[in-house]
Design a protein around this ligand. Structure first.
Ligand SMILES: Cc1cc2nc3c(=O)[nH]c(=O)nc-3n(C[C@H](O)[C@H](O)[C@H](O)COP(=O)(O)OP(=O)(O)OC[C@H]3O[C@@H](n4cnc5c(N)ncnc54)[C@H](O)[C@@H]3O)c2cc1C
Length: 371
């Protein structure tokens, strides 16, 4: 059977990793985006891979994140091989600090629960901080080290995925934003932009926060809203922080060049991608609370992005009821990087009829109306 031709709308991390997956398995892939690849929420992302922190309160997210994390090593290897590029990727754990008694109780209980699930996690008392992260706040009451966690360089991963997809024949067209998606004769799907019309056997809608601005004929409005996140970069000598350090007001990601990413704000301000003095100052305080010596570190960069949030904070992933052949892959909110290997695989399952994964039932677009 001839592989389907697929049009992917959106070239963030979700669109680019899907394009690579589909092109690698033989699809003819076209990606369209209003901007260059990786310019949406993706450009601001901290790249933390931490389902057992992010999924504390949402069991389904935790299990999806755990599945996606298990795919990550081979996913990165494939992107590196297919693109011929390096991707920043480190898996040496997260170190979550507890400052109050409630945090101590929560994290030590979590440590035990994770061990029972077979996830390596260890409670570290303050006296042992020097063996792991000597610079963290000595006033903390302990820390939970979750060993399988890590982080990835999101821009390097997104651009390498786009390059890998292109090497497998995918094409990218920028400055071309979709306005409307509609059914066509013979089961094909049409996409209209300001200046052109496209069609394909399947269309994947991966436009992040902007998904809600695209009309899908016969469907309800796509319930995705932008939630702004700001992140700052501080200068530091390389090697002083080993792993992701997490706390009640923020987190630190140690970059290989020695700088530290500090994230992040969570703001409901519409489609405003500007940074603010208040946001930057909050992040600096959060950093100093985790590692006091960061109080005076020079700020070398500020980034913002709009996280695509759905009504239940979980992705909208699966086939459209309104337009046969349309697949939604959006609303990844705070976890699009962590969930990208699993998302690409699930979209591949749908495009190539590889059998229904139970996760698709949980993430079905129809849980939010007629989509
Ligand atoms: C500060 C911050 C920190 C984060 N940290 C993490 C983290 O540590 N770990 C993690 O897993 N996640 C993290 N996230 C979340 C993660 O970045 C997002 O979930 C992810 O980037 C979403 O990817 P996406 O491709 O769906 O959307 P986007 O990256 O927003 O990409 C959407 C793309 O669609 C394009 N587009 C828009 N309109 C149209 C149109 N009409 N037609 C065609 N294309 C269009 C845009 O130009 C853009 O390129 C963070 C986010 C922020 C903001």
């Amino acid at each position: 059977m001839k592989s389907p031709a697929v049009l992917v709308v959106g070239a963030g991390i979700i669109g680019c990793t899907i394009a690579h997956e589909l092109a690698a398995f033989g699809s003819r892939v076209q990606v369209i985006d209003a901007r260059q690849p990786g310019q949406g929420a993706t450009r601001a992302s901290a790249g933390i891979l931490a389902p057992y922190i992010e999924g504390h309160e949402l069991t389904l997210l935790r299990s999806l994140g755990g599945r996606s994390l298990a795919l990550y090593d081979s996913f990165i290897e494939r992107v590196r091989t297919d693109s011929g590029r390096d991707v920043i990727y480190q898996r040496n754990g997260t170190f979550e600090l507890a400052f109050g008694d409630a945090d101590v109780d929560r994290l030590s209980a979590l440590s035990g629960a994770l061990w029972k699930e077979g996830v390596e996690a260890r409670w570290i008392p303050p006296l042992a901080f020097d063996d792991y992260e000597p610079l963290v706040n000595a006033g903390a009451k302990g820390a939970l080290l979750i060993t399988p966690h890590g982080f990835v360089g999101v821009t390097s991963l997104t651009l390498a995925s786009a390059a890998a997809a292109e090497r497998r024949g995918a094409r990218f067209k920028t400055e071309t934003g979709a306005i409307r998606i509609h059914p066509m004769p013979a089961g094909r799907v049409g996409v209209q932009t300001q200046s052109s019309s496209w069609d394909a056997d399947r269309v994947v809608l991966a436009a992040g926060s902007w998904s809600s601005q695209i009309t899908v004929e016969g469907a309800d409005a796509i319930p995705v809203k932008p939630i702004r996140g700001q992140l700052i970069q501080l200068a530091m000598k390389p090697g002083q922080i080993q792993r992701v350090v997490w706390g009640p007001d923020g987190y630190l990601v140690p970059w290989p060049d020695g700088s530290v990413l500090v994230g992040s704000t969570v703001e409901d301000v519409g489609f405003d991608e500007n940074s603010t003095e208040e946001g930057v100052s909050k992040l600096r305080s959060a950093a100093a609370r985790l590692v006091p010596s960061l109080a005076d570190a020079p700020i070398t960069g500020v980034r913002t992005g709009l996280r695509p949030k759905g009504p239940d904070d979980l992705p909208i992933l699966g086939l459209s009821e309104a337009v046969p052949g349309l697949i939604y892959a959006t609303a990844h909110y705070r976890n699009g990087v962590m969930l990208s290997p699993l998302t690409a695989r699930l979209v591949g399952d749908l495009v190539f009829d590889r059998g229904a994964d139970p996760a698709l039932r949980d993430l079905t677009p129809s849980r939010h109306g007629r989509l």
